[in-house]
Design a protein around this ligand. Structure first.
Ligand code: AMP
Length: 845
């Protein structure tokens, strides 16, 4: 390159200096050079004519250039100085072409074989001609496409003959200017030898120039899919993968002598294919050579041969198979995922309200408009991406989709301002969102905790620093995106007031703010609400507003205020909401009376909460306890509760608890149920089922449940089965305690119950005081339905309704019959053993 430049520029400089010295008129030159007989003999003894035909020069591209303009090395002393004219230096006027030439194979050859002088490689005049230089577009020019093969053929004889025979040469000879000439493939001045080019370069840079051109394919009725199908073939894929050995277009079609496949001389003529394929695949058979390279499987069926039709059908079948199989797999797993996610959410037990309805609605609209804005925005920036394809690559839809989503976002922002100013929840929300000095301290404390420098993590209030950052980033982002978006949308109006560059700046801000927002959502928000192991697969607050009470207590331990109106939970009191037919009412109960398994939610129902278990249960027990009155079912339930952590849930207790509610709190249904109970009759099925359904949260409890007194009839059992199925809560077992009738009567007559803690005792127990509960000091009473007249009715009712129930569960392989004879611990041991021994597959609802 360096030598080339020096040669070129030195010659130019020399020429320029000489030209300034020259004061030679063309007429002076023609005095001698107009003579046709003027000749000169060079050192090698070759005689050359020095005749310059003025008429030829006048018809050339250089007609306005004086002789001295090209022969600048000559001086006024010529020819008396006896200095021979130097070859013309074209670079003086054609500097760029000269530089390109210097980098061509011809230029290279001149450097390499400099000792051969003018014969080393073709120079400008060898291709362009000398005095009669013509523009390449003129038919007389040696560089006219129709003449080019002949011109190049002066040195490249065989190639020239091949080209002239080829489809390209024929087309050129027929005057088709679009057909590729020598320079069409090898370039003009910077002529390339394509021998050493990679397969990809040949196919992509050379042949594709014309064969991928829709204009040329349409104009000359050429198949439009040649390039596409080649690149989809193994050869094309390997070439794209970087193979230097993969077959390229020329490997099969030939280099210069490219002929149509119908020409028997063509390398791709059917009888020549074996030899052509055999160049790379030695031993290729005729059968092998029948394989097609340009196969468009999707379009091959129409008029195709058997192989193509089979190929088409195979592809169709596979596409169907893929969509069906993968679709079914995805649906199957999505359903499992949904079920598991729902079951897991239920297992969370007690929940607190984190986002009220209005907040959830605002979040939903914000999220939806944000997603549409992101998709429609990036589709414009990346028109070739899948996002653009997803939107149908339609600019109208994209633009208006983007604008409409932008308007919705701004309206949501305006609504939020109204919400914050006009509602109590809004004001409290924004107050709690305000950054405080504690947030900065929390960031530092969190950094220390996360890097292991501190052992405890900081405690947060209703909103931690991460949530505050997020909220204010959304506020900021909405303002920025809104202002810049409107500026871009109404650019005409904007430029009335602001300089034009303000639109460019707004566009830059709009784009980069969008990138920042999307990445922040992915990295920051999605971590918090999806990927955080504590909430995965989703923090449900945005769906039903609720979060697990346990999670809330851990993450927002300092939030002493009610979360969106839900009751504050302190160490000492708990507010319980109760839904009655007429209104929601709140009652406050000292929490000290509620411990793990306090059954507050069960006894009171509605929104009542109970204290969640501190640790997961030993073994998840979802048991139904059956047994005639007096078999000691209640005692076993308490013992099983201590053993497994599952709550003892008795429907009888619900009615007894309801009895102590103020009359105003008793619903008509409860009042009527209490009447049945007082008469020793069963409460109607629909009332009991409705009460249990209201308390479904207790059935979802992660600790399991010990249902006592429900179901009591087959109708109840069927309703219960449907409920458990819908909730995906398989029953572990149904335990039926059995005791001879005389022992039952003996036990019931002496049973006493604590009116305060519901503890169950027997007159045979050696209690310090027969009338006082040894646990809580409450009064020991005989239950109304333990009186002799009620016992008779209950026993009858039991046998009438419960016996079919036993049969019902036996058929479902859930029944475990346990003898209730002996001491309570002995019966418990029997129960635990039976549970451990039961076949696992029976543990289903
Ligand atoms: P328990 O303490 O289970 O014996 O129940 C006491 C009373 O509550 C019963 O006598 C019934 O009046 C009523 N009761 C409790 N559970 C049910 C139920 N599942 N079906 C109908 N009545 C019930």
């Amino acid at each position: 390159m360096g030598i080339r430049l020096i040669l070129t520029l030195a010659a130019g400089l020399f020429g320029t200096m000489a030209l300034t010295a020259a004061e030679i008129n063309d007429s002076d030159c023609l005095v001698c050079h107009g003579d046709k007989t003027l000749t000169a003999t060079n050192a090698a003894g070759v005689v050359r004519s020095l005749f310059a035909d003025a008429a030829v020069v006048a018809g050339s591209a250089h007609r306005k250039t004086a002789c001295a303009g090209c022969h600048g090395d000559l001086t006024a002393k010529h020819p008396d100085d006896n200095v021979a004219a130097q070859p013309v230096n074209c670079s003086r006027c054609h500097e760029e072409e000269s530089l390109s030439y210097g980098m061509s194979v011809h230029g290279d050859a001149r450097i390499k074989h400099v000792h051969k002088g003018a014969h080393a490689a073709p120079q400008c005049i060898d291709c362009h001609g000398s005095h009669g230089v013509l523009a390449a577009a003129l038919p007389g020019s040696p560089l006219h496409p129709a003449n080019l093969a002949k011109t190049c053929g002066q040195c490249h004889e065989q190639e020239s003959r091949d080209v002239m025979e080829s489809v390209h040469g024929q087309a050129l000879a027929a005057g088709r200017r679009d057909a590729p000439s020598c320079t069409g493939c090898h370039a003009e001045h910077k002529i390339r030898a394509l021998k050493t080019s990679s397969p990809l370069a040949i196919s992509q840079d050379i042949c594709s120039k014309c064969h991928a051109s829709e204009r040329l394919n349409t104009k000359y009725n050429l198949p439009a899919d040649r390039v596409k199908t080649f690149f989809a073939s193994y050869h094309g894929l390997a070439a794209q993968y970087g193979s230097t050995r993969a077959a390229n277009c020329a490997s099969c079609h030939g280099v210069h002598r490219i002929l149509p496949s119908t020409d028997p001389r063509s390398t791709i003529y059917k009888t020549n294919l074996t030899a052509t394929c055999g160049q790379c695949h030695p031993g290729a058979s005729a059968n092998f050579a029948q394989g097609k390279i340009h196969v468009d499987v999707a379009a091959a069926v129409a008029g195709g041969n058997l192989g193509e039709r089979i190929n088409w059908w195979v592809r169709k079948l596979y596409l169907g198979l893929i969509f069906t199989v993968i679709g079914l797999m995805a649906t199957h797993n999505a359903l499992i995922f949904g079920r598991k996610a729902a079951a897991r959410a239920r297992r969370q037990g007690a929940t607190v309200l984190r986002m009220d309805y209005s907040q959830r609605a605002q979040h939903f609209v914000l999220a939806l408009s944000f997603i549409i804005l992101a998709l429609t925005g990036f589709a414009l920036k990346f028109p070739d991406s899948w996002v653009a394809v997803l939107l149908g690559s339609d600019e109208g839809i994209r633009r208006w989709g983007h604008r409409m989503a932008g308007v919705v976002l701004l309206l949501t922002g305006a609504y939020h301002v109204g919400y914050v100013l006009a509602t109590r929840q809004g004001r409290s929300f924004v107050k709690d969102m305000m950054p405080k000095a504690k947030d900065a301290r929390d960031v530092a404390a969190s950094a220390r905790y996360l890097t292991g420098l501190a052992k405890t993590k900081p405690k947060f209030g209703r909103f931690g620093y991460a949530e505050k950052m997020e909220y204010w980033a959304v506020v900021w982002g909405t303002i920025i995106m809104g202002v810049t978006g409107l500026m871009i949308w109404f650019k005409l109006g904007t430029t009335h007031w602001l300089p034009r560059w303000s639109i460019d700046v707004a566009t830059t801000i709009h784009y980069y703010e969008a990138v920042l927002a999307c990445l922040a959502i992915l990295v920051w928000h999605f971590y918090d609400v999806i990927f955080d192991p504590d909430v995965y697969p989703l923090n449900r607050a945005c769906v039903d507003g609720r979060v697990s009470a346990e999670w809330y207590a851990g993450e927002h331990a300092l939030d002493a205020r009610p979360a969106n109106g839900s009751p504050p939970q302190t160490q000492h009191t708990i507010s319980l909401s109760m839904k009655t037919k007429n209104a929601d009412s709140n009652i406050t109960i000292p929490i000290t009376s509620f411990q793990v398994g306090d059954r507050a939610a069960w006894l009171i129902g509605g929104k009542a909460l109970c204290t969640p278990a501190p640790a997961p249960p030993k073994e998840l027990c979802r048991l139904v306890l059956l047994g005639a009155p007096g078999v000691g079912k209640g005692t076993q339930a308490d013992l099983l509760h201590q053993w497994s952590g599952a709550c003892h849930l008795s429907t009888g207790d619900i009615f007894r608890a309801a009895k102590s509610l103020p009359p105003g709190e008793q619903t008509p249904a409860i009042k009527s149920a209490l009447g049945f109970m007082a008469r020793g009759e069963l409460v109607p099925d629909e009332t009991v089922v409705a009460l249990v359904c209201e308390r479904v949260r207790c059935l979802r409890c992660p600790c399991g449940f010990l249902l006592d007194g429900f179901p009591r009839t087959v109708v109840q059992a069927q309703a219960f089965e449907r409920l458990l199925k819908a909730e995906d809560l398989p029953l572990t077992a149904v335990i039926n305690y059995e005791l001879p009738i005389d022992k039952i009567v003996e036990r019931l007559a002496g049973r006493r119950v604590c009116s305060s803690c519901k503890g169950v005792f027997h007159v045979a127990d050696k209690l310090p005081s027969p009338e006082t509960c040894p646990h809580c000091g409450g009064k020991l009473i005989q239950r109304e339905d333990d009186r002799p007249e009620a016992i008779r009715v209950r026993m009858e009712a039991y046998h009438r309704s419960t016996q079919p129930l036993i049969e019902y569960y036996r058929q479902r392989d859930l029944l475990l019959t346990i003898s209730a004879e002996g001491t309570a611990p002995e019966i418990l041991q029997r129960t635990v053993d039976a549970l451990a021994l039961r076949p696992r597959e029976k543990a289903r609802s």
